[in-house]
Design a protein around this ligand. Structure first.
Ligand code: AP5
Ligand code: MG
Length: 198
């Protein structure tokens, strides 16, 4: 079993690189943002609650997010070879809860891939995607808030995972394929895992 956290600011390429990781390592993808957007689309109670936070660029409450991830681990992700966590954890309490959830399932976090991209590029990518896909939180006001929340609440996790020896820093700028190559190298060094495709 190999559990990987894909860590990085909004628009850093977590979703893009997850697709390649799933394909190459046979892992199950848990994207906290996609789960929430799916609820919003289906108009569930959870979706309405999530929308009230997401539309403002705020994080949804830790307890709620943790219970969603726990449920996913025990249903869709059960019996999988391992999981890519994309967008979770985003706070220290979420990181502690994840460590505990995995420990209780006799597992652990094996690596944290940190996609490092300057804010100006993150903003440009999200504005571009907002125009192309209409994603609701990709507007100038919400993007500014998402970046602020990232620096205040999520970035401290970088130090947290560096201290644990689990963090793999990756330059998240440049070509998508080159970034994936760096991720593969980093994972091989940290965990010994080899991609199935070359
Ligand atoms: P979430 O869905 O996780 O959004 P995010 O972190 O803001 O990240 P994005 O999905 O916008 O970007 P990404 O890193 O996946 O990049 P992507 O590959 O798409 O969260 C949304 C909201 O949900 C949060 O704000 C919060 O409210 C809530 N939420 C989620 N998780 C939560 C949690 N754990 N706790 C509490 N609340 C939570 O790429 C971005 C764009 O750039 C794309 O258009 C892509 O094509 C392009 N791109 C990718 N790579 C490159 C490259 N190398 N060069 C140029 N362009 C590139
Ligand atoms: Mg994403």
């Amino acid at each position: 079993m190999m559990n990987i956290i894909l860590f990085g600011g909004p628009g850093s390429g977590k979703g893009t690189q997850s697709a390649r990781l799933i394909d190459n390592y046979g892992l199950y993808h848990i994207s906290s943002g996609e789960i929430l957007r799916d609820h919003i689309k289906r108009g569930t109670d959870l979706g309405r609650t999530a929308d009230s936070y997401i539309s403002k660029g705020h994080l949804i409450p830790d307890d709620l997010m943790i219970s969603i991830i726990e449920h996913t681990l025990d249903t869709e992700a059960k019996d999988k070879k391992g999981v890519i966590f994309d967008g979770f954890p985003r706070t220290i309490p979420q990181a502690e809860a994840l460590a505990d959830l995995l420990k209780r399932r006799n597992s652990d976090v094996h690596a944290v891939i940190g996609l490092e991209v300057p804010d100006e590029e993150l903003t440009a990518r999200m504005l571009n995607r907002g125009k192309e896909t209409g994603r609701a939180d990709d507007n100038p006001e919400t993007i500014e808030k998402r970046l602020k929340v990232y620096h205040e609440q999520t970035q401290p996790l970088r130090e947290h995972y560096i201290k644990k020896g689990q963090y793999i820093p990756i330059d998240g700028t440049g070509q998508v394929d080159d970034i994936f190559h760096s991720i593969r190298e980093g994972l091989r060094e940290k965990t010994g895992a080899e991609a199935s495709k070359s």
